[in-house]
Design a protein around this ligand. Structure first.
Ligand SMILES: *Cc1c(COP(=O)(O)O)cnc(C)c1O
Length: 366
């Protein structure tokens, strides 16, 4: 099937992915770039993204064993599993040489037990305020010493995660100082050459001093800045498209979509798009002044977004026909529906917009 037959698809610009990686590279000097490609490459297609970034990134990050296994088919880089492994997954993780993230001594002990001969490289995680994984700061040194002593464990890296890097600069600066001190104590306590990492996208844009040894870049690689003032540095990699399935002239007083929340104030030419919330276009964009682009012009979404179809007003656009392309997110000429705009209107964050783009939506690499 070629793109012209698709009803809803996402075009991924490989050169934009690489461009964004180079922007990150310019900001992080000698640090290694860990490209975060979890959640199907933030909805951009994990393997396609990883292949595009293979020369730019030194390591890759995924959420779980399944993603790591899929990614391994595409490249041989070190792969860090950023989420906690389930007990049943540990043997396979050790066998396949993925780098698990460790939050407790018991987890490390179990990896040490299942390690078949070779050492298991681990990412030792410290909880400095995120509160979802890692060893609590107060116990970190003690646990680190015990884990370092396990014969089949090798500390690949020590890391933490920032919960408010785009919301609270004061807390984040203090957290970075605390983490820096922890890393110093670890280095003094256990000889060995582990790496330290903490910065994600917002962190690397706003707090790249200190930088540490690895930077974990996610959303910025896809061309979306978590801090609006840096957006112009990046190129959005995805253009999300659909097609007009129907064009109908509706009389004044016609109710549109479930709930009849929109009623035409006069005669209106209405197009029905072949995409809906099952493709990932948020239902929360219903009646939130969302627009799509038809021939580079903004057309309002009318009434509620339904599972497979969305209605838009095309009264102002000449000659619209079934089959015409429509941009749900992306740029056409001077107009752009940015991911940040969709996120704001849907009262969510950009990460959720792209990661929820559905499996019906074909990813086309251009
Ligand atoms: C997802 C994730 C990242 C990437 O975050 P962005 O804000 O998208 O750059 C970094 N580190 C960890 C631990 C993550 O889970």
């Amino acid at each position: 099937m070629n793109a012209s037959a698709d009803r809803c698809w996402a075009e991924i610009d490989r050169s934009a992915l690489r461009y964004n990686a180079r922007v990150v590279r310019d900001r992080i000097g000698s640090a290694e770039l860990l490209a975060v490609v979890k959640a199907n490459g933030y909805g951009h297609g994990m393997v396609g993204v990883a292949q595009a970034l293979a020369e730019d990134a030194q390591l890759f990050g995924v959420a779980n064993l399944e993603e790591a296994t899929d990614l391994r088919t595409a490249l041989l880089h070190p792969i860090i599993i950023l989420g906690p492994a389930l007990p049943e997954e540990r043997t396979t993780i050790a066998e396949r040489g993925f780098i698990p993230s460790i939050s407790t001594f018991e987890e490390a002990q179990d990896f040490d037990r299942v390690a078949s001969g070779a050492q298991v490289p681990i990412n030792f995680k410290v909880d400095t305020g995120m509160g979802r994984m890692g060893v609590p700061e107060s116990e970190a040194l003690e646990v680190f010493k015990k884990v370092s002593g396990l014969p089949h464990i090798k500390i690949h890296s020590v890391s933490t995660h920032l919960p408010v890097s785009n919301e609270d600069a004061e807390y984040t600066r203090d957290e970075l100082l605390r983490f820096g001190n922890i890393v110093k104590q670890f280095r003094a306590a256990a000889p060995g050459n582990f790496k330290a990492h903490v910065l994600q996208s917002a962190g690397l844009l706003a707090f790249a001093d200190p930088l540490f040894d690895i930077v974990r870049a996610g959303i910025v690689l896809y061309g979306i800045s978590p801090l609006p003032e840096f957006q112009k540095l990046f190129k959005p990699a995805m253009t999300w498209k659909t097609r007009i399935a129907l064009v109908r002239d509706m009389p004044k007083g016609s109710s549109i979509s479930y709930g009849r929340t929109f009623v035409t104030p006069g005669k209106m030419r209405i197009a029905t798009l072949s995409a809906g919330y099952a493709d990932g276009y948020p239902r929360h964009l219903s009646n939130r002044d969302a627009t799509v682009l038809v021939r580079g012009q903004r057309c309002p979404v009318l009434g509620r977004v339904t599972m497979d179809l969305i209605m838009i007003d095309v009264s102002k656009i000449e000659g619209v026909q079934a089959g015409n392309e429509v941009i749900l997110m992306g740029r056409d000429g001077n107009e752009e529906v940015a991911c940040a705009e969709l996120a704001e209107r849907a009262r969510t964050i950009t990460w959720e917009i792209t990661t929820r783009i559905g499996s019906r939506v074909r990813r086309v690499y251009v």
